[in-house]
Write a protein that binds this ligand. Structure first.
Ligand code: ZN
Ligand code: ZN
Length: 749
């Protein structure tokens, strides 16, 4: 029997469907689905899906006590491998016993190579007859590797017709990352939590990539706080014209002195004379093919979808066979991509018909980005479907991928901008308009189309009466904008922070730990303090250099230039030094962090006090704050305006959940505008938002959803007690099947 192991159940099912021509039968062992069929040559075939990593590095027993473990010992501990999903490990071992040939068909990247190797080692243990690593090196092994970039018939058939060998250097590079992240994460989190005396579920998470990423956000926030607004004035005048009056701006962009602005205002007199009219054509080139960074940036800026969600959605679309593998650095289409076929099937979908003209030319010439790799192609749509067959954000993300793909073959966008200079009295004015002459790629990549700003037809020498008085607008300079999540991903890439596979998750972690909140991310005081403490006492943790150097060493493992042992060893040395630095300055470091955490307990101004006109002695508002009751140790929210001696003081309080971390989300809830809103991160399960105002609509909605979820869970439980009607694998898959059918039915035809 030939056993094919994939990274997820979805891909196992899909590959079985493709290779068997739809004949594969589904079954389960240890609750893990597998698919079997017999091929044309009479060989039995089976696919089985893992659940990503089924084993992970862990510390051996004896290191779990935070207070008693010496961190230098922890850093040097021999790591062990532990199953993360026992059922999957049992299932693959069981099916491996009946196999005499093995194909590793996990995702094609470093992570996928490692996942494949982990599974392989377990299976060899169960069935040594499959071969050994030595056999692999000599090429006599019955273990092969399928590398594919899309779950489509062509790509899967190509990959299985051209099987390769597992790459140990690639897998080892992935394994080194796992070990290093575990060592750094565990040591630094313990070190900082010990220094600041935060234990249990209240620990402070620190990571080698996470901390410098937080630094990017905090640095910008510091610039914003240091910004001193500078006033300036802008001068406008309105002129009459047969086509309708229009506004013109003074030729001086900004007046920094009020007196100068006033003089220009006084010097403006009717009529104005058109001194010059100039027109210029601008050509904007179409965008380059999408890699992961460009995709997450686009999803964030064009669709308002966060990088972490965008990646989740893209993975779903990939598993459905609608787009190619979304983790890629490549921005150049490989010559093997059947672009004409793809374009012609896509433009037959009504929504994308604006690009139909592409097929009229003799050939399709795509744009090229700067990065070219040979592992995966850039992200492209693998199948033409009506976006209407997809739901919500999935629909928008699929459309974005299709539109961008078609745009890369499209002509440039041509706009014409016109500027007219007008003299009114002693003062020069100008007006500018811009019109799209040829939308080019923006006809399909609609997000990029600029709005027309038309101005009336003006001729040199034309006299124009002022329409009313000219006027001044006073403004002030703004601080630099906060960094959007999409931009943050780009900045991380530039600095070598994280990889295409991890960047979105790292940003999400900053949210989950309460170091940042809102979108674009704003650092909490704890986040600011953590970074400041590192910058002062452990600068290595604050900057990108150290982590970028480790990334570079991991690349060298993949290229066979360094061994995993050397790289992990180097990183252990660095970690010993880092821990010593933290230990030396632990008290100073703790003080900085504590101060930030204390400031974060202040949630926002108290509305009751505000309405009653009660303020502090210095005139500042009374604040709602998280307080821990001395006797019971329970936490709640109270007002800083309360005083035990004053019966008229504010006795406003709100209860809080006692478990998990709470962070400030908004000073005033954006839904009800009444009270602060918090984020609750439970010890287990998903974070949720808590408005202190019980009557807030957001809380009513949440209660309703919670009730619905509980009802659904009860119904599911009742279902599971009965056997499934068609012997298939449960309700979830049945719904998904139906959805896919719907998507198929909607495919162009
Ligand atoms: Zn109050
Ligand atoms: Zn509210």
């Amino acid at each position: 029997m030939r056993l094919i192991v994939t990274e997820k159940n979805n891909s196992a099912k899909k590959i079985a469907e493709i290779l068997s021509g739809g004949d594969a039968k589904a079954d389960k062992t240890y609750k893990v689905p597998f698919y079997t069929w017999t091929d044309a040559a009479g060989v039995e075939q089976m696919t089985i899906g893992l659940k990503g990593h089924v084993l992970g590095p862990a510390f051996p027993e004896g290191y779990s006590n935070w207070q008693k473990t010496d961190l230098h010992e922890l850093i040097d501990a021999d790591l062990v491998k532990e199953p993360t999903d026992k059922n999957v490990v049992k299932a693959i071992k069981k099916v491996a016993k009946g196999a005499d040939e093995l194909v590793i068909a996990t995702d094609f990247d470093r992570e996928g190579e490692l996942i494949g190797l982990e599974a392989l080692e377990e299976m060899l243990e169960a069935n040594p007859g499959l071969g050994s690593r030595e056999d692999a090196d000599s090429g006599t092994l019955r273990i092969q590797r399928a590398r594919y970039s899309a779950l489509t018939r062509e790509e899967i058939e190509r990959a299985f017709g051209d099987l390769d060998q597992l790459s140990y250097p690639l897998a080892n590079a992935g394994a080194a990352r796992q070990d290093i992240d575990l060592l750094w994460g565990a040591t630094l989190t313990r070190a900082v939590s010990l220094a600041t005396r935060r234990f249990g579920s209240n620990f402070l998470s620190v990571g080698r990539v996470q901390s410098p990423t937080l630094g990017l956000i905090v640095e910008r926030e510091m610039e914003r706080r240091a910004h001193v607004p500078k006033p300036f004035w802008e001068l406008f005048a309105k002129f009459q014209h047969p086509d309708g009056s229009f506004e013109a701006h003074h030729a001086t962009d900004k007046f920094w002195e009020k007196a100068e602005a006033d003089a220009a205002l006084a010097g403006t007199a009717s009529p104005g004379t058109v001194k010059a009219v100039t027109a210029r054509k601008n050509t904007r080139r179409p965008p380059t093919p999408l890699n992961t960074t460009a995709f997450t940036t686009d999803a964030s800026s064009r669709l308002g979808i966060t990088p972490a969600s965008a990646m989740r959605i893209a993975e779903d679309l990939y598993m459905d066979g609608f787009i190619s593998y979304p983790r890629t650095d490549n921005t150049v289409y490989p010559a093997s991509l059947p672009v004409r076929e793809l374009v012609s099937s896509l433009v037959r979908v009504r929504e994308f018909s604006a690009a139909a003209g592409l097929l009229e030319g003799p050939q399709l010439t795509p744009t090229r980005g700067k990065k070219e790799t040979t592992d995966h192609p850039p992200i492209y749509p693998t199948q033409a479907i009506h976006p209407g067959a997809l739901e919500g954000p999935k629909k928008r993300v699929y459309e974005l991928v299709v539109r961008r793909f078609l745009a890369t073959f499209s002509p440039p966008m041509v706009t014409e901008s016109t500027r007219a200079d007008i003299e009114a009295g002693s003062e020069p004015y100008f007006v500018r308009g811009s019109v799209v002459v040829d939308p080019g790629y923006a006809a399909i990549y609609t997000y990029a189309r600029s709005a027309d700003e038309e101005i009336p037809k003006l001729e040199e020498g034309q006299a124009l009466q002022l329409d009313g008085e000219p006027w001044l607008v006073d403004k002030e300079t703004q601080p630099p904008a906060r960094i959007s999540q999409g931009k943050l991903i780009e900045m991380m890439e530039e600095r070598g922070l994280g990889t295409k596979a991890t960047r979105a998750e790292i940003i999400q972690k900053l949210y989950d730990r309460g170091y940042v909140y809102a979108n674009p991310p704003v650092p909490s005081e704890t986040g600011v303090a953590m970074y400041e403490a590192f910058r002062k006492y452990v600068p290595r943790m604050a900057t990108a250099e150290m982590t970028a150097q480790l990334e570079d060493e991991m690349d060298r493992i993949a290229n066979g230039e360094m061994s995993k042992g050397e790289v992990v060893g180097d990183s252990r040395d660095l970690l010993h030094r880092t821990w010593s630095e933290i230990e030396e300055s632990r008290e100073d470091l703790a003080k900085v962090v504590w101060k930030g955490m204390d400031e974060d307990r202040i949630l926002g101004p108290c509305k009751v006090c505000e309405e009653a006109g009660r303020v502090k002695e210095d005139g500042s508002p009374n604040m709602l704050r998280i307080i821990r009751a001395k006797k019971s140790g329970k936490r709640f929210v109270g007002c800083t305006g309360w005083s035990a001696d004053d019966p008229d003081s504010c006795d406003q309080t709100f209860p809080l959940p006692q478990r998990g971390d709470v962070f400030r989300l908004e000073e005033r809830c954006s839904v009800c505008g009444q009270t602060p809103r918090l984020k609750v991160v439970p010890f287990r399960g998903r974070p949720w938002n808590l408005c202190l105002n019980d009557d807030c609509e957001s809380m009513q909605e949440m209660k309703k959803r919670r009730a619905e979820r509980e009802a659904a869970r009860a119904a599911k439980k009742a279902m599971e007690e009965k056997p499934p009607p068609d012997g298939a694998d449960g309700a979830g898959t049945a719904t998904r099947k139906r959805k896919r059918k719907r998507a198929k039915a909607a495919t162009k035809g």
